[in-house]
Ligand binder design. Structure first.
Ligand code: ADQ
Length: 749
């Protein structure tokens, strides 16, 4: 049944019920009015015939009495009348008086006072049925002075009441039909007029002739849709899905082949010397690197990052540069060196003990120290200068990445006022109230507003940022356009949900899912029919690793047959271990794993296999491809690329993703089993469901998610930002609005 039909049925049923109620009320009221009317009429008829009745009754002249009664019954509604003695014997009746209502029957029902004597009779009025019809009878005591002669009975025909009721019912129904038609017509008319007015208003607002705040959300959606359509139409121009080739073409055709400069704290390749002294290259466990590295391979350019590896210095040239990826060498990595104290204050202190917990709702208190802030500022300036050194023109395109560099956009704009600065905040942005607890909030906001475009994963994070600017800065926030104007310069604030490369770069080195499974079973000494769950994370308190393990424990508790058969493998790369909160998490996870394993121990069986170390991409892929279920349980996460990587790894269309509602990914991967990670019962239920899910359903879900990832890949993420930047550059060039104020500001300094 369609929604409209349902509404119509409900309305009709409602009207019918209303009519039935109204009908019952009207019938009852008409009847009681008619009865009351008859009682009064009976009283009146007897009173007017009182003299004749008294005379004939006293004289015991029954014939005369019958005549008087016959006079009374001349009223056509009175069927008959009778005069009865107090004891119930008939004194006189009219011819038409119904014999089924003898005086004797009525006498016993006439109410009397407690005295019970003949002087105490009281009137009786009632409606009764005779010969299939309804009559109303009134038995009225009749006295002559102080002596009670008896009672006079008047029987009224009630068929006129039935006729009145029928008339009232017909009238009521007609009134309802007329009202319903009139009501429907008026509603339709009002709706049409309202729609016409609304459309006119909306057109005026869209044309910019009127400013109506209540239309702001709608306008924002329309504008975003239009800009998305423009991007999509650009897509058609160069063709289909976003690929590395298409991204490269955008750079060459639209950005005139200008080289891209990426600034990120983490470098994509870390050179290390292992214990034996051999040189190794490590791929860091970082969502940012996972996303940005394919973009750089496609576009080339230079990646500016902190050189953190033990062999980083010896592998760079005199300008602190090295070509990467090893063997491919498609872009440059420029390393910036930081002293121990600087790294401590800027990276561990301000970025990871201050901003990280500030932006994640994961119950860890942010710590802000002014020393850390000084280091953060100094290091941001250092990186801004390094980016400027890497720039070979005065209007480079710079991609500033993440919360480590909130001040860089403004610093860079002071050095290069014409630069196109695209900043992306990889973690959530908190609401204004929470952001307000940061003692350096104004400087951070001002820093970010040096960007041409500022991107977040979700619309909600964009909204939170605009609210924060509104609350703490002197600036003009345009919510409809999603822009902020400060120092006569505009920053676009937009959602660009990040993703992974597609097609996934599994490469020949990664064996088939069957081989991966066989290898994992062998490595972990598991039986052939084992069920495998997997979790892959940096060891971070935002990832909900403890909650995940508790859900595994609960699963085994509620489903004992899984004990000995289900094993959960947790890959956890140690992260930020110089921070006490991370060391504490490390200990707690270790203790939890031990407790769960002891609880379900039998023979060599371990419920949880905890692989606490960094793993190279091949190993991570092997576990993704071997697993029956992957559980991503973040308590709060910008996007979470592990969820997307798992789906990408399953080209066999098997495996189930259980995904926390609090990740950006949950908005896109809706075919995953979405759970609240805090709700251990719900999460363990989802794990159980995942392990029992038929392979046909697994395939349907994974296929749908893979199709989505093929469309919304990281090349599209970068492409959309670059196309927006290109439009901005074109507009600025055309209108000559390259900020003079910033130039002036730069000269002043
Ligand atoms: P991260 O917090 O790093 O990213 P995520 O997006 O899940 O989180 O990426 C983690 C990456 O590290 C994945 O590529 C994963 O394969 C890898 N990894 C995890 N554990 C590993 C291990 N033990 N060994 C080796 N590799 C491991 C931040 C934000 C996210 C956002 C990304 C990208 O916190 O919300 O999705 O940036 O914007």
């Amino acid at each position: 049944m369609t929604r409209r039909l349902k509404i119509a049925v409900v309305v009709v049923l409602g009207l019918a019920a209303l009519t039935a109620v109204a009908y019952a009320v009207v019938t009852r009221t008409t009847r009681s009015w008619a009865e009351r009317d008859l009682e009064l009429r009976a009283q009146l008829a007897v009173t007017s015939a009182r003299r004749g009745l008294s005379r004939a009754w006293r004289a015991d002249d029954r014939e005369a009495l019958a005549d008087v009664l016959a006079d009374v019954t001349r009223d056509i509604r009175i069927m008959g009348a009778a005069a009865c003695s107090p004891t119930g014997s008939s004194v006189a009746t009219t011819e038409s008086y119904p014999p089924s209502l003898p005086c004797s029957r009525l006498a016993s029902r006439i109410p009397r006072s407690a005295l019970g004597d003949a002087t105490s009779l009281e009137p009786l009025h009632e409606t009764t049925d005779i010969h299939g019809g309804s009559v109303h009878l009134s038995a009225l005591p009749f006295r002559d002075g102080s002596s009670m002669l008896g009672f006079v009975v008047l029987v009224h025909d009630l068929s006129f009441v039935a006729r009145r009721e029928t008339a009232a019912r017909t009238l009521l129904l007609a009134a309802f039909v007329v009202l319903a038609i009139a009501g429907a017509f008026l509603t339709w008319l009002a709706g049409r007029m309202a729609r016409r007015d609304w459309t006119r208003e909306l057109r005026r607002v869209l044309a910019g002739e009127e400013d109506r705040p209540e239309y702001a959300p709608l306008l924002r959606d329309v504008r975003e849709l239009v800009s998305r359509m423009v991007v999509e139409s650009d897509a058609d121009a160069t063709g289909g899905r976003w690929t590395p080739e298409r991204l490269r073409a955008v750079m060459h055709q639209r950005m005139h082949g200008e080289r891209l400069i990426v600034l990120a704290n983490r470098e994509p390749y870390v050179h290390q010397r292992d214990a034996s002294g051999a040189l190794t290259v490590l791929h860091p466990a970082s969502g940012l690197v996972t996303a940005l590295e394919p973009v750089m391979r496609a576009c080339s350019g230079v990646w500016v990052a902190h050189g953190s590896g033990s062999a980083d210095r010896e592998t760079t040239d005199t300008s602190n540069r090295v070509r990467v990826p090893p063997g491919e060498e498609s872009f440059l990595l420029r390393r910036v060196w930081l002293g121990e104290e600087q790294e401590q204050g800027y990276y561990y202190g301000f970025a990871n003990e201050g901003l990280w917990p500030l932006c994640h709702l994961a119950h860890t208190r942010p710590t802000f120290r002014s020393d850390d802030w000084q280091h953060y500022r100094a290091v941001n300036r250092r990186f801004a200068e390094a980016v400027a050194e890497e720039s070979d023109c005065d209007d480079p395109i710079v991609l500033v990445q993440d919360y480590h560099f909130a001040l860089v956009p403004r610093m860079l704009r002071e050095i290069l006022p014409r630069a196109t600065i695209l900043s992306f905040w990889h973690i959530p942005w908190p609401n204004a109230e929470r952001f307000g607890i940061c003692p350096f909030r104004e400087e951070i906001l001002e820093g970010l507003l040096g960007s041409s475009i500022l991107g977040f994963h979700t619309r909600q994070h964009c909204g939170n940022f605009l609210d924060s600017v509104d609350a703490y800065l002197e600036s003009r926030v345009n919510r409809a356009e999603q822009t902020v104007v400060q120092h006569a310069r505009e920053t676009l604030v937009r959602p660009y949900p990040i993703s992974i490369e597609w097609p996934p770069r599994l490469g020949p080195a990664v064996p088939s899912p069957t081989e991966c499974r066989a290898r994992v079973l062998d490595e972990l000494r598991l039986p052939a029919d084992a069920l495998i769950g997997v979790g892959v994370d940096r060891l971070d308190y935002t990832k909900g690793i403890e909650e995940r393990l508790l859900a595994v424990e609960r699963l085994l508790e509620r489903e004992p047959p899984l004990v000995g058969r289900f094993t959960f493998v947790q890959l956890a790369a140690p992260s930020r271990t110089r921070i006490s909160r991370y060391r504490e998490l490390d200990e707690r996870v270790e203790a939890l794993v031990t407790r769960i394993n002891e609880r379900f121990a039998s023979g060599t069986y371990r419920a949880v296999v905890y692989l606490r170390e960094h793993h190279e991409p091949d190993t991570v892929q092997r576990y993704y491809r071997a697993a029956d279920v992957c559980y991503v349980s973040s308590l709060h996460d910008g996007m979470n690329l592990v969820a997307k990587e798992f789906v990408a790894a399953r080209d066999d269309e098997r495996g189930v993703l259980v995904l926390s509602h609090f990740t950006g990914a949950a908005r896109e991967l809706t075919e995953a089993l979405i759970v609240n990670p805090y709700d251990i019962e719900e999460a363990s239920g989802a794990l159980s469901l995942a392990l029992r899910m038929p392979s046909s359903e697994q395939a349907l879900r994974i296929r749908a998610m893979r199709e989505l990832l093929a469309e919304l890949n990281v090349y599209r993420w970068a492409g959309r930002m670059l196309l927006d930047a290109e439009r901005l550059r074109r507009r600025e060039r055309l209108t000559g609005r390259i900020s003079t104020s910033w130039q002036a500001l730069a000269v002043e300094r």
